[in-house]
Design a protein around this ligand. Structure first.
Ligand code: ADP
Ligand code: ASP
Ligand code: MG
Length: 294
């Protein structure tokens, strides 16, 4: 069994989602697919929160764009027979967002804790909508809801992963042996004590995928992104960046800690501890060999 994580650009357009579908359905073993929000949507959700808190109705325009983008993608990638159901699911989430932003706009003196919780509930919606689309797109895929098994606890005002509980709940969610194709949200989580929505931090979908791969002792973790693999420096900023065909966990961790955005820094620890190999692959160039971290 493999865990495949697709980032925001990979699930961000009709063409890229078709590549995702081909990559997933081309696998010869069971897979758990972990997805980010459509590229740019998390930023839009956060920007709209700020607008609503400032009492600006401009969030309505942005929300209408987010709504339309998801509808366009559904029309482009979801099989006809599933489209109505998929549109209804996403429409419900857009409705929730309307109501959350309305609450923020109308209650500008909400206590800080409540405002933070609303903002966290809002930011989950990117992954909830993208995963609904991916699950409807892939024939026979089983949808999962990551806050049921990715659990955080409050520590000094931060959401900190409860490693042990999370690992146990992932094993309960996927009893052995895993078969078929499964889809879950990256990034989003749930407070283990009070059950409000939380998250693993910006870029955290990589970490969700690693936690699942580690708990289930997956054969490998594949991080599907928008570059051919892990380079010695950011290939978008440096023309002379060199692709690294293989790296040790330590080498990769050092580059992540130094800011290589391609893998979210907490990701490698859970898989490195178990020696699970990590591949960095390009959704837009799937036959490129990528980078193996092990
Ligand atoms: P995703 O949405 O798939 O999670 P990210 O934007 O988080 O993608 O990470 C991929 C980006 O990381 C690449 O587009 C690239 O610009 C950037 N990046 C920074 N440093 C590196 C590096 N050393 N190797 C590869 N990519 C890097
Ligand atoms: N969607 C979240 C973000 O933009 C998580 C992720 O993409 O990994 O940070
Ligand atoms: Mg990322």
């Amino acid at each position: 069994m493999k865990v495949l994580k697709f980032g925001g650009t990979s699930v961000g357009s009709i063409d890229s989602l078709r590549n995702v579908n081909n990559i997933v359905t081309g696998q010869s073993e069971p897979v758990i697919v972990v997805v980010s929000a459509l590229g740019g949507v998390t930023n839009q959700l956060i920007d709209m929160t700020a607008m609503a808190q400032d009492g600006s109705g401009d969030y309505e325009t942005v929300l209408a764009q987010v709504d339309q983008r998801h509808r366009d993608v559904i029309a482009g990638v979801v099989p006809q027979a599933m489209q109505e159901q998929c549109r209804a699911i996403v429409a419900q989430f857009i409705e929730n967002l309307h109501s959350f932003y309305g609450t923020l706009a109308l209650n500008r003196d909400l206590p800080e804790v409540e405002r933070h919780r609303l903002a966290d509930a809002i930011v989950c919606h990117g992954e909830v909508m993208s995963s609904a689309i991916v699950a409807c797109m892939i024939d026979g895929a089983v949808p999962h809801f990551s806050p049921n098994f990715i659990k955080t606890r409050e520590q000094a005002g931060n959401h900190v992963l409860d490693d042990e509980l999370t690992s146990r709940l992932i094993i309960d969610e996927w009893p052995n042996p895993v078969t078929g194709v499964h889809v879950a949200q990256g990034f989003i989580a749930d407070d283990a004590d009070e059950h409000f929505k939380t998250n693993l931090g910006r870029g955290g979908s990589d970490f969700t995928a690693a936690l699942i791969a580690a708990a289930l002792r997956a054969d490998c973790l594949e991080i599907w992104t928008d570059v051919d693999g892990f380079y010695d420096k950011d290939p978008r900023k440096h023309d002379d960046a060199r692709l690294l065909p293989q790296m040790t966990y330590t080498q990769a961790q050092q580059l992540c800690d130094a800011g290589a955005k391609v893998i979210y820094p907490p990701t490698l620890r859970p898989v490195a501890e178990l020696g699970i190999p990590v591949w960095v692959k390009n959704t837009f160039n799937p036959t490129a060999p990528g980078t193996r971290i092990g």
